[in-house]
Design a protein around this ligand. Structure first.
Ligand code: FES
Ligand code: ZN
Ligand code: ZN
Length: 306
């Protein structure tokens, strides 16, 4: 059996990029270093002190968020932040499994899981909203999650940490480029500074391949949910996912190159988004009334009629 590239232990897995055999400890270190580079970016380039801060970790129970939780937990000993793991119960059946898995993982790490129940807090579930709104399921779901996470983070003076991976970024970049969707291109970011009623957010897995995440979970025996969202077939990124993943098989590293080119060369040229306060809730928006409030109003009107 092959030896680890850095020590005499037997290799447990091969990292994707660079492609080297690593033992369990060195594979974990390889993963931690990627997360750490975002933490350092936040500390030194955004001048944010993480020590003593509360990081709100957005969970779903899926592989990315479970890996993120474990990696952030290991690094908390060095960076001295506290973790606030949170899952939003959107009223989608596949999340029952996700919530169970999140509870188990949090218990194993000695963390208290927060569950935000959309129905009891806001009066609706995602399937109910989808029935009345013209948006695609994923876009409405994404919008609601972003709004809720920001609201909770602002109320708790926390920083939001998301599990978006390198693969996620490349699908979004490619789709937005192909459509000339400048709005999405302008908004795409893996570190977003704090603003008025807007919590800082960052995605420390932005430079990590999903394949490495799967390896990390497997060799560490970390449980995650395999349940699939009922709206999976409507996911607008599915075709881009298929294309980009097969391209990566042929041209190793192409996803990372695409993401880096976008963030280093194209993104800096994009004009800034001008935000103002929503007239109803006061949270930042680009229009007079934020999309969350517009959808919520629509829902309340329909309910009153029924
Ligand atoms: Fe939001 Fe599937 S989890 S639409
Ligand atoms: Zn080693
Ligand atoms: Zn609003």
């Amino acid at each position: 059996m092959e030896k680890c590239h850095y020590c005499d232990n037997l290799a447990e897995a091969t990292s994707w990029s660079p492609e080297i055999p690593l033992c369990l400890n060195h594979f974990n270190r390889y993963m931690e270093k990627k997360v750490e580079s975002t933490l350092k970016n936040v500390i030194y380039n955004y001048h944010v002190t993480l020590e003593g801060r509360r990081l709100l970790v957005a969970l779903s129970g899926g592989k990315d968020s479970m890996a993120l939780l474990h990696l952030l937990h290991s690094l908390s000993l060095k960076y001295h932040y506290t973790l606030m793991p949170l899952i939003i119960d959107l009223g989608l059946p596949h999340l029952h499994d996700g919530i169970t898995i999140c509870k188990k993982n949090c218990r194993n790490l000695g963390l208290e899981l927060q569950i935000y129940d959309l129905k009891s807090e806001e009066g609706f579930t995602i399937p109910e909203l989808i029935e009345i709104d013209g948006h695609t399921p994923c876009s409405i779901c994404g919008l609601i999650k972003r709004y809720i996470l920001n609201k909770i983070a602002v109320e708790h003076n926390s920083i939001i940490v998301m599990g978006h991976t390198l693969n996620d970024y490349t699908y979004r970049i490619l789709r937005a480029l192909s459509l000339g969707d400048m709005d999405t291109l302008r908004r795409l970011s893996y570190i977003l500074s704090q603003g008025k009623r807007m919590a800082m957010r960052f995605s420390p897995l932005h430079d990590t391949y999903e394949i490495d995440i799967c390896t990390f979970l497997r060799i560490n025996g970390i449980e995650y949910s395999h349940a699939i969202c009922p709206y999976n077939d409507f996911r607008i990124y599915n075709p881009y996912r298929r294309i980009m993943d097969s391209l990566e098989e042929i041209d190793h590293g192409v996803l990372r190159r695409l993401k880096r080119t976008f963030f280093r060369r194209l993104k800096p040229t994009a004009p800034k988004v001008n935000l103002r306060e929503c007239k109803i809730c006061g949270y930042p928006t680009t229009s007079e009334i934020c999309l969350f409030c517009r959808i919520k109003n629509l829902w309340m009107k329909r309910k009153a009629k029924a």
